[in-house]
Design a protein around this ligand. Sequence first.
Ligand SMILES: Cc1cc2nc3c(=O)[nH]c(=O)nc-3n(C[C@H](O)[C@H](O)[C@H](O)COP(=O)(O)OP(=O)(O)OC[C@H]3O[C@@H](n4cnc5c(N)ncnc54)[C@H](O)[C@@H]3O)c2cc1C
Length: 466
Amino acid sequence: MKIIIIGGGPCGLGAAWRLTELGHENWLLFEKKDYWGGLSASFQDSEGFWWDVGGHVLFSHYTYFDQVMDSLLGKEDGWVFHEREAWIRMQDRFIPYPLQNNIRHLPKEIYWECLEGMIDIWENRQKKAPAHFGEWIDATFGKGLARWFLRPYNYKVWAYPPEQLDWSWVGDRVAPTDIRRVLKNAVFQKDEISWGPNAMFRFPLHRGTGNIWRTLSQRLPQEKIHLNKELAAISADNRHVSFTDGTSEEYDVLLTTIPLTEIIRNSEPEFPLSHFPISNLRHSSTHVVGLGLKGNPPDYLATKCWIYFPEDNCPFYRVTVFSNYSPNNVPDIKNQWSIMCEVSESTVKKVERDQIESDVIDGALNTGLLSSRNQVTHTWHHFVEKGYPTPSLERNPLLFRVLKYLEEKGIYSRGRFGGWRYEVGNMDHSFMQGVEFINRVLASAEELTLWYPQIVNSDHPSGGKR
Ligand SMILES: Cc1cc2nc3c(=O)[nH]c(=O)nc-3n(C[C@H](O)[C@H](O)[C@H](O)COP(=O)(O)OP(=O)(O)OC[C@H]3O[C@@H](n4cnc5c(N)ncnc54)[C@H](O)[C@@H]3O)c2cc1C
């Protein structure tokens, strides 16, 4: 059986890793860029600073994934271990995330508005399912938290109004409200930051997140993996793919990890677009603006991992204090530091692209991240057209129809944009989608991640990971 893999991000590399592990020899992998890792790659700028494509945190829901990570960079030596410190910047102050467990830090009027909203939902338990993410927010958090944090923040991240989003993706991604806990923290003046899965995480000591995927690529049979090879067209009827350099390959099974919408476009006229309104599969774009800084971070940023920004005094929704992740992310940690700011864009949320770097610096000054423009030695701007697969209201019925149709033609689309499911779109999920696909093809195993996000994202009954 000849297996062709398109895309050298975590999903394609996961499939290649598993094929190698199982000793299946008849496969090839093609990546259009001149580097491995896709959205999880890292880049070194001309000043020697390292950057990821936005703050990449190695969360894991799988024992297998952890073992592969250990085997790539070592159990300890190749990593920096962090206790997750996520914060929110609003009302001119830093508040530990999740906000609902720490609302005592808010100004009194807003504090009360948030509490009252929670009491309202407690008293008027909603029985019907929410129609959209906006209703889910209101019904889960109450009007106060929705107004001051969840609605504005989610618009900034998703770049679509919550009314246009589904809520079924939420899973373990959003901390729920627990009024008993909220009140207890308020009465005992307690901060709570270790919410949810992965309160600890690790980050590569050298060369950013991309080092994981670069190292993994080096462990694969080099004659089977090819950079600078861009898929141009798929002929499903002839089981044949062609590349922009004029070459082609036949296959028995095709695993593609490129955006699903591009497979359909590449396969015209075999997959008539009129059958699939693929413009309903929406996405948002991501601008990553890195600020190279001189000096040292102020004390209030010295241990923070990342910070959420719901207000309109800055264009970014999230900032990672990237030099805190590894001292090697900057050339001279004694005299330099760095922050990485993420700004979303979509057809409904426009960004002034040519002034984004100065808007980000203004935002960093407005929000107290920087005290002076002179701290900035240089900037790094990276734009990805497809950053987040949007869980829009129209997505599920269309997505499952398209995936099924492709499977009938012997084409298997997986990964962050191949599966278009944000809820299983992180590195561990994407890698495991590749692994599980190979397990299915070679050993008839079930693919859990793509089809059952709620299972892989929940705790294993044994209390451990899957
Ligand atoms: C801003 C941001 C923050 C993130 N933060 C985190 C985080 O904190 N933790 C986490 O785990 N994950 C995070 N992620 C998600 C992570 O980047 C993805 O899970 C992962 O990269 C997806 O892997 P993939 O292989 O499915 O897709 P991709 O990484 O997109 O790889 C697809 C590959 O296909 C290639 N390709 C495309 N078209 C063609 C073609 N025609 N021919 C050949 N090759 C092609 C691309 O060049 C790419 O290399 C984040 C993503 C973003 C955008």
